[in-house]
Design a protein around this ligand. Structure first.
Ligand code: NAI
Length: 337
């Protein structure tokens, strides 16, 4: 007998039918690395998302415990757990959206690039599974270094012949969430603020475009320096405060759900869903770059250009591109050899 929390296919169908009668859409979502610091709160928040009908929780440890726990929440989504590599294919089959927070986080003193050695291999394996079992799924990649893991995923998919640049998105939402929050020091309510953050997801590659903030606001150079530095180093601020116990998990889970929800609303066909993400891009000479993108039924419908930059941002952009080029190349050559 499967464990009680492991719902049988007939029950899943019954619930899906109920939902269909009510006219509500339901998407199938998998979280890979679901038992981790990000994975657990992310799984909890996705279980609360009314757009999710089936939620698959995969990890190499503790997936049954997290699944049993979350399955008791009285929300609509059916939850199923998957433990270990031999269950990866079952976890992925039929998924519309796959969210990947698997891999090791930073400790004080580490850069995101220091995680490459371990996380590159993890992302490769998981993406091989996606190529085989749900090649049409939208992929939200959280595992760091995002600037390299997204190119790795793209190369794995190319090799498998399944690559669709519209469906692969590196999650940089936390940088936007932080930027909106930190603008609070200038007397703005984070709920009303929208700061575009472009480039990538590490140090100087995180480029907040404060000149394009909504509502339009003007900052002193001192405020711009403070905000830019705090947004670029927000992750390190958390790593240091946690003092060896990991990196951002709760704010990341919040950001990941905000982003995943936008992807699902796009899949549903909602108009005007726009968020920043690190994606295949022709906005600069680099093959990947984070900008605002419009999300639709096929993933990314449109990649927006940078818009007008001021002198400070143009200098930041040059620095960001230099570092990004190396990180992208590192990811590509990990697969091409
Ligand atoms: P964690 O160590 O708490 O959890 C990671 C989970 O991944 C663990 O449960 C582990 O068992 C699992 N895992 C390891 N190998 C796996 C495999 N082969 N298949 C499936 N699962 C596997 O780490 P945490 O804090 O959840 O961070 C996860 C990743 O997210 C890190 O790489 C971190 O740097 C990154 N991150 C990204 C952010 C972003 O803005 N994109 C922000 C914060 C963290």
């Amino acid at each position: 007998h499967p464990p009680k929390y492991q719902m049988e296919e007939s029950s899943v169908l019954r619930r899906a039918n109920c939902r269909a009668k009510g006219g509500a859409p339901g998407f199938r979502v998998a979280i890979l690395g679901a038992a981790g610091g990000i994975g657990q709160p992310l799984a909890m928040l996705m279980k609360m998302n009314p757009l999710v009908s089936v939620l698959h929780l995969y990890d190499v440890v503790n997936a049954p415990g997290v699944t049993a726990d979350i399955s008791h929440m009285d929300t609509g989504a059916v939850v199923r757990g998957f433990l270990g590599q031999q269950q990866l294919e079952a976890a992925l089959t039929g998924m519309d959206l796959v969210i990947i927070p698997a891999g090791v986080p930073r400790k004080p003193g580490m850069t995101r690039d220091d995680l490459f050695k371990i996380n590159a291999g993890i992302v490769k394996t998981l993406c091989e599974g996606i190529a085989k079992c749900c090649p049409r799924a939208i992929v939200n990649l959280i595992s760091n270094p995002v600037n390299s893991t997204v190119p790795i995923a793209a190369e794995v998919f190319k090799k498998a012949g399944t690559y669709d640049p519209k469906r692969l998105l590196g999650v940089t939402m936390l940088d936007v969430v932080r930027a909106n929050t930190f603008a609070e020091v200038l007397g703005l309510d984070p709920r009303d603020v929208d700061v575009p953050v472009v480039g990538g997801h590490a140090g100087v590659t995180i480029l907040p475009l404060l000149s394009q903030v909504k509502p339009p606001s003007s900052f002193t150079q001192e405020e711009i320096n403070y905000l830019t530095d705090r947004i670029q180093n927000g992750g390190t601020e958390v790593v240091e405060a946690k003092a060896g116990a990991g990196s951002a998990t709760l704010s990341m889970a919040y950001a990941a759900v905000k982003f995943a929800d936008a992807c699902l609303r796009g899949l549903r066909g909602d108009a005007g869903v726009v968020e920043c993400a690190f994606v295949s891009s022709q906005v600069t000479e680099l093959p990947f770059f984070a900008t605002k993108v419009r999300l639709g039924r096929n993933g990314i419908d449109e990649v927006y250009s940078l818009g007008p930059l001021n002198e400070y941002e143009r200098i930041g952009l040059e620095k960001a591109k230099k570092e990004l080029a190396g990180s992208i190349e590192k990811g590509v050559s990990f697969i091409r050899g």
